[in-house]
Design a protein around this ligand. Structure first.
Ligand code: BMA
Length: 823
């Protein structure tokens, strides 16, 4: 196999639509892989779509057509040689022409395409890819198959393009086009590897097995064979077998007696074995394939029990407390998501003690770079099939595309040990039952055949080592009309009444079996916000600010969500801090509750880890990669060992959460204290909590009941873990607004800020990005009791005014918000 990447010499020009004059007459260099938006941006023909109101100004791009062109030298095909043009991804409605002959048309960005150009290839070649407006094509298909319910204005459910390309409640409506994945010329003779499927399992006796199923494209009469070899993490070869090709496939079985096991983050290491596959013809190697695999056994237990239906992810026989976050494309302009960017994001994921990411169905089948980063760090991945918040026609041309993309991506991703669950789609079962779709559909298809037949068959036939779930939310084992998909006692739940309708205290009304989505909005960090918006637009009603707040009624929900908990902010700077803080508090309140119900509640997946541009959203890390206060709250809630306080059966309990392999035993010290540190009551309780368990300790009434709920806290300590629990809402506490003093000094790599409390200080946070875009604090949202100190390390290359680090609006507490009420 001879492979020539075709990434050079490309140009781009407009080919139709209502295109501004300067763009219409331009022919610009094109980056491949890339997109029209990034090329026009590089040529300074469009403004940065993420800034100000530029998104609106670029709406003409929705209906534009584009032409990519390049030329390249090659050799005409020799006798018996095959020449193929292979595209890993075209976004979306493309016509490919080589040397004046159309070689194919595609309309699915989630598939790879390969065209036989053996008879067309010559010494000098010209290659053209014409992209038609995906929105125009979606409209056409919608007219053909019939309109079906979908969220948001555009008919994203009528075309196989990333749903959030067309805008979402956290994403811009920038409809990309382009050659978004690599393209190459492949020349081969005799045979090539068409598809390799490694089925990796671990037997009950600990034996690791890899069954390699290699599908071969071959000329008739070839005598080829397939050799598979496996090397251990230390590089030594541990297994190797060869098999002849029978028909169009070879099956090679490898065995390792006692392989090192791959574990999720927090449960063990992530050793990876190298699996090499070679297609040979006698002494000649015709083609090769190589991936890194991991030996682990994953079972998703969905079993009927006393309450309903469980949903437990078990890895290597150990039930895993799923500490997750939902993942969306990390940049709306997908080709800007480099491996380095992914590594930073995944470091933030494990930094927040996450062990699972759910790749949400309105985005993409994530890239191998993403999966490599997860494999390496032990982040489990649940991948949705790409259907979200809509009814999907089961007619052509969509049915064939959906089946093809499902089968292709199941195979493409199956070597990755991190991948544990394939899921039918996002909120479509729920939408069908509860969002009024049935009336609109009037008996038309809506996608059930994909969830109940097409996808499970693809997983069963191609990668039976992976679990399949029919949708999220779902009551596993039940069709949506048999049992409500979002039933708290059965399987997966999305909790969206909080945020949309009711206060976050309602998170604790139910103990669902597994929460796959819930979340609360907050604005992006200050540095991100001020990069995206002009100073004049820095208020919450400016058109530019509102363009970067996509949730229906979003600002109103932020204010309503905050009102019962925090003092009313005085100005935009306070509002920014308070809404970020309320986001962190809301999610933490839910996470503590869900975790205290382990293993009944077997996991919580926060909506959402990341953003794809600068926006007010549910994300923990904003579009410029900066952690919001929520990120620190998740890190605390997901820590291996936690203490949290709950009301249960009319009393107060301390939940002792131990997500480690060692038991956690000791004596809990409890005290009830005034904000000035006066101890009002104390108690000690011995505890012993098993590995990977939660224990509940009853808090005696003398500690659980305050004489003055506005001036006291309950403090519980076990080893180096502590919880400080106020008895009233923050806004009702008699907090001293000026309870902290601070000093800051330069330190290697940045600054150290030492904060000391004169009385109880809540949510001590250094918003370092306010002083320099690269500045980041190593901790946030800390509680200090009267007299205590802590040191915040700020990493930055910038020279800062140390004094600025010690005062508002950089050094913040929730106490500080109370100043306003007292004025
Ligand atoms: C759910 C998700 C997303 C959405 C989020 C916030 O519906 O699946 O579609 O962004 O809630 O509204």
């Amino acid at each position: 196999m001879e492979i020539t990447p075709l990434h050079d010499g490309w140009t781009l020009r407009a080919a139709g639509g209502e295109v501004p004059d300067d763009v219409a007459h331009a022919k610009v260099p094109a980056t491949v892989p890339g997109s029209v938006h990034t090329d026009l941006l590089a040529a300074s023909l469009i403004p940065d779509p993420y800034l100000g109101e530029n998104e609106t100004a670029l709406a003409w791009m929705h209906r534009a057509d584009w032409r990519y062109e390049t030329t390249f030298p090659a050799r005409p095909a020799a006798d018996g040689e095959h020449v193929e043009l292979a595209f890993d991804g075209l976004d979306t409605v493309a016509t490919v022409t080589l040397n004046g002959t159309e070689v194919g048309r595609t309309e699915n960005m989630h598939r790879a395409f390969r065209f036989d150009v053996t008879g067309l290839i010559q010494e000098h070649n010209s290659l053209t890819v014409h992209f038609r407006s995906a929105l125009a094509r979606a409209g056409e298909i919608e007219r053909q198959v019939g309109t079906r319910p979908h969220s948001y204005p555009h008919p994203f459910n009528a075309i196989r393009k990333m749903a959030c390309s067309f805008g979402w409640d956290w994403g811009p409506d920038l409809q990309t086009a382009g050659i978004w994945k690599p393209v190459r010329l492949e020349r081969w003779h005799t045979a090539r590897l068409d598809r390799v499927r490694p089925l990796v399992t671990v037997g009950p006796d600990g034996t690791g097995r890899v069954e390699v199923v290699a599908d071969v494209a071959a000329d008739t009469g070839g005598q080829v064979s397939v050799r598979a070899t496996l090397s251990a993490p230390d590089g030594t070869t541990v297994a190797g077998e060869t098999s002849g090709v029978d028909g169009a496939s070879a099956v090679v079985r490898l065995e390792v007696a006692d392989p090192e096991l791959w574990w999720p983050h927090g449960y063990g290491d992530q050793p990876r074995y190298r699996l090499g596959v070679a297609l040979t013809d006698g002494a000649a190697t015709l083609d090769r394939w190589e991936r890194r695999i991991g030996f682990r056994d994953v079972v998703v237990r969905t079993e009927a029990d006393d309450v309903g239906t469980s949903f437990v992810v078990e890895v290597n026989g150990t039930p895993v407390l799923v500490k997750g976050a939902n993942w969306i494309p990390d940049d709306h302009l997908l080709t800007r998501v480099t491996p380095e960017r992914l590594a930073r994001r995944l470091d933030q994921a494990v930094g927040a003690n996450l062990n699972l990411l759910r790749v949400w169905g309105g985005g993409i089948y994530e890239t191998d770079d993403f999966y490599d980063a997860c494999d390496e760090r032990g982040v489990l991945v649940w991948q949705d099939f790409l259907l979200a918040c809509a009814a999907y026609a089961e007619d052509e041309p969509l049915a064939a595309e959906l089946e093809a993309e499902a089968r292709e991506n199941v195979v493409r991703l199956m070597s990755h040990p991190s991948l544990v669950i394939w899921n039918g789609g996002n909120e479509n079962l729920w939408g069908y039952m509860e969002w009024g779709w049935q009336e609109q559909l009037d008996g038309a298809t809506w996608g059930w055949r994909y969830y109940s037949e097409v996808f499970p068959r693809a997983v069963r036939e191609l990668d039976p080592t992976r679990a399949y779930v029919q949708g999220s939310p779902t009551s596993p084992g039940f069709a949506p009309w048999e049992l409500a998909p979002n039933h708290p006692d059965h399987g997966l739940v999305h909790e969206w009444r909080v945020w949309n309708q009711i206060d976050y205290r309602h998170y604790r009304d139910a103990a669902p079996r597994f929460v796959a989505e819930f979340g609360f909005q907050g604005p992006a960090t200050w540095a991100t916000l001020t990069r995206a918006l002009d100073a004049a637009d820095l208020h919450k009603e400016s058109p530019a600010f509102l363009l970067h707040q996509k949730a229906p009624g979003g600002n109103g929900k932020l204010d309503r969500g905050m009102a019962p908990h925090l003092p009313t902010p005085a100005d935009f700077a306070d509002w920014h801090w308070a809404t970020q803080l309320n986001q962190a508090h809301a999610v933490r309140y839910a996470l503590d509750h869900y975790r205290a119900h382990w293993p009944h509640t077997a996991g919580a997946i926060v909506w959402q880890l990341n953003d794809c541009w600068p926006v007010t959203s549910w994300a923990a890390v904003d579009g410029d990669e900066r952690p919001k206060p929520l990120w620190y709250a998740m890190r605390a809630a997901f820590a291996p060992r936690v203490l949290t306080v709950h009301e249960r059966d009319g009393g107060t309990v301390l939940a002792v959460g131990n997500d480690t392999d060692e038991p956690w035993a000791g004596t809990v010290s409890l005290s009830r204290q005034g904000f000035d540190g006066t101890v009002l009551a104390t108690a000690e309780q011995p505890v012993e909590v098993g590995a990977r368990s939660v224990g509940l300790v009853e808090v005696p009434a003398a500690l659980a009941e305050a004489a003055d709920t506005s001036r006291e806290v309950l403090v519980a300590t076990l080893d180096d873990v502590r919880v400080v629990h106020p008895f009233a809402e923050n806004k009702d506490l008699a907090l001293d607004p000026a309870s902290v003093t601070a000093t800051a000094t330069a330190a290697p790599g940045g600054y150290e800020v030492t904060v000391t409390a004169t009385s109880l200080a809540l949510d001590v946070t250094v918003l370092a990005d306010r002083l320099a875009p690269d500045a980041v604090a190593d901790r946030a949202l800390d509680t200090l009791l009267a007299g205590e100190s802590l040191t915040v390390h700020v990493t930055t290359a910038a020279e800062l005014d140390p004094l600025a680090l010690t005062v508002s609006p950089v050094l913040r507490t929730s106490n500080g918000l109370h100043a306003v009420v007292r004025v």
